[in-house]
Design a protein around this ligand. Structure first.
Ligand code: DMJ
Length: 639
């Protein structure tokens, strides 16, 4: 359209000045006419492309969002692949949209099937591995050559290539899940989770392969760090679900395409829990040393973040240049960020024998432990990287910016074999602080919830993020902490379930406000317009998993089954993938947001699968501790 207008204007102005046109030579006229034709062609092509995308989005929003009543009394059995309405109705998935290349370089742009060269390379790699000349040595060398960032690696144990075995047993590896789930042993609900995973994975594989996140509606992708975030986050889920083929294909991508030598800023916390955690866990489950090598490389690149005046790390670090920095607008980091990287850094030290990871992370724990500004074990939300002190004092929440501080106190204590009494002390004090300052009951159902405190003023607001807490409390009780923790866990679990149940779509909003007044007609869970989105978050199904595993009460499995059903009804995109939605209160127009977060595959579906398992030894809670992104890491000295 734009090119066409320019052409018309040019012709008009030429016509107004004919003497000038005539003065041009034949060659000059030909060149001008040629340029005009090119411009017009370009205009027509852009018009077709844009029109295509809009039609696709529009038609999908009508067809994709099947409208069903919330919380139907009987949940339908999971559909088999052949009964999928997309195929039954003869609606074959549309072709992928073309998209322009964005984000950092060095990323694979095509789905694995489409890349013959990669297939050939993968075959060669497989052959090399079978004859015992795996790319491991070459890869280690390449890393060593390309990375000159923080820390040395020369003497690290992880650098010794395994002699012969394709899947070596690492000295510290307690229990590799070397036998994956066989499909025959899965019950119907677990199969429904596998079906959901495969659907999500199909979208990612087709439209976003090697990129950070799938945009399922526009059948495209978005980049955050440009490191294949979804793929890495999903590795251990595939292993646990028994998806061998998919795991192997992703493993090949990690081996061939995942290069950390790139000029990109990553968020220390997010990349630690998702990438470092994901790689460590993939290593533990599969026993494949490739993942440990990658984890160590990545860990080294994160280390500059700790070089601050206070030893409290910056939020961002450039993994290519080794330059770290706080956000542009402040020198603060959030408390949850700096206190929720310890499980991963400690484990990396244990595996590599290089203490620097553990020391840097534990220095943070030590300093935060000693700080003023807490309220009965509750911590503020921000900490300054220059002074090392808390800032924005007087504000306390168990939600965003503080949540996983509490989670990691308990989980580090468990990881280390329940010996580090300072961690336990801080955790117990914090649980008392929650009881004393943040608990309240809603009306009319008297749901126990965790509110927030702002300079002594209580607010009945609870983030969905807080729903990690029932699971954490139950885990603590399982490891010997007071029985009241389990009682509180059960009460909060009911509340988190009601945050789903009381919404028209059966899906929780991002933030709930609880009603405190005696008004019969009103629901306990109130939602503000700005908070009614759902990002496919895991916290509630995560807690359901712990509660079922530790109480055996099947109602928790049933609640999880309802939630899976709601995800399938309102967030599943027919051409592949699941999408965040903007309005959990409008089943007719849930307003898909065109984004599938990596934690949907890394956490939400993994916890659902584990929730539906009746085998307490499948990632036993006495052997493994899950990081805050659901990546299981071994307990060092299991009880
Ligand atoms: C995940 O990245 C982690 O669970 C984190 O602890 C909180 N936010 C998301 C999921 O909601």
């Amino acid at each position: 359209g734009r090119a066409r207008c320019v052409g018309q204007r040019l012709r008009r102005s030429l016509a107004q000045r004919p003497w000038k046109w005539k003065q041009l030579s034949r060659l000059q006229r030909t060149v001008v006419l040629f340029l005009l034709v090119v411009l017009m062609l370009f205009g027509i092509l852009s018009y077709v492309h844009v029109a295509d995308e809009w039609t696709a989005v529009d038609s999908r929003s009508a067809a994709a969002w099947r409208v069903k009543p919330a919380n139907p009394p009987v949940l339908p059995a999971p559909r088999k692949a052949a009964e999928n309405p997309e195929t039954v109705a003869g609606l074959s998935p549309q072709k992928p949209q073309r998209h322009f290349r964005r984000g950092p370089p060095n990323l694979q742009m095509r789905a694995p099937d489409g890349d013959a060269q990669e297939r050939r390379q993968a075959q060669a790699q497989r052959r090399a591995e079978v004859v015992g000349e795996a790319g491991w040595g070459a890869e280690a060398q390449r890393d060593g050559l390309s990375w000159r960032g923080a820390g040395t690696k020369a003497e690290q144990g992880a650098r010794q290539p395994p002699k012969k075995a394709k899947v070596p047993r690492w000295p510290f590896q307690r229990q590799a899940l070397t036998t994956q789930a066989s499909q025959a042993s899965q019950n119907e609900r677990q199969k429904a989770v596998v079906d959901a995973f495969l659907h999500a994975w199909a979208g990612y594989r087709k439209f976003a392969w090697g990129h950070d996140e799938l945009k399922p509606l526009t059948r495209s992708f978005s980049e955050w760090f440009g490191l294949g975030l979804t793929l890495i986050d999903a590795l251990d889920t595939m292993w646990i679900l028994g998806l061998k083929k998919e795991f192997q294909e992703a493993r090949n991508w990690v081996s061939k395409r995942l290069l950390f030598q790139k000029d990109v800023d990553v968020n220390l916390f997010e990349s630690t829990i998702r990438i470092l955690g994901g790689l460590l866990s993939a290593f533990h489950l599969s026993g494949d040393v490739l993942f440990l090598t990658k984890a160590e490389d990545f860990g080294n690149r994160l280390m500059p973040a700790f070089r601050t005046p206070s030893k409290i790390p910056y939020s961002f670090v450039n993994i290519g240049t080794g330059v770290a920095h706080p956000p542009r607008w402040t020198s603060d980091s959030t408390v949850a960020e700096v206190t929720s990287i310890q499980l991963e850094f400690r484990e990396l030290s244990r595996l590599t024998g290089d203490k620097k990871f553990q020391e840097a992370a534990e220095e943070v724990t030590k300093r935060v432990h000693a700080l003023h500004g807490k309220l009965d074990g509750l911590v503020p939300m921000f900490i300054n990287t220059n002074s090392g002190s808390f800032t924005h004092l007087g504000m306390f929440t168990l939600g965003a910016r503080a949540d996983s501080y509490y989670e990691y106190l308990l989980k580090q204590w468990i990881q280390g074999g329940k010996k580090e009494s300072q961690l336990l002390g801080d955790y117990l004090e914090a649980v008392d602080g929650i009881r004393k300052h943040l608990l309240a009951k809603s009306e009319p159902r008297k749901l126990t919830f965790v509110g927030e405190l702002n300079h002594g003023r209580f607010s009945a607001k609870m983030d969905h993020l807080v729903c990690f807490l029932p699971g954490t409390l139950a885990l603590g009780a399982h490891h010997g902490l007071p029985a009241e923790h389990m009682e509180l866990a059960q009460a909060l679990m009911d509340t988190c379930y009601q945050m789903y149940r009381q919404m028209e779509t059966g899906l929780s909003p991002e933030i709930a406000h609880f009603n405190l007044h005696h008004t019969k007609a009103v629901k306990d869970v109130q939602v503000k317009a700005a908070d009614r989105h759902n990002l496919l978050r895991p916290e509630t199904v995560e807690s359901l998993f712990y509660l079922y595993r530790l109480t055996g009460d099947r109602k928790y499995q049933d609640w999880g089954w309802e939630i899976l059903h709601s995800f399938n009804t309102y967030t599943r995109v027919p051409s592949g993938g699941y999408s965040s939605i903007s309005n959990v209160q409008d089943p007719r127009h849930p307003q898909p947001r065109d984004k599938m977060e990596s934690f949907f595959l890394g956490e939400t579906l993994k916890y659902l699968y584990l929730l539906f398992s009746d085998d307490p030894d499948l990632l036993s809670l006495d052997t493994y501790v899950f990081n805050t992104e659901a990546h299981p890491l071994p307990i060092w000295a299991p009880s």
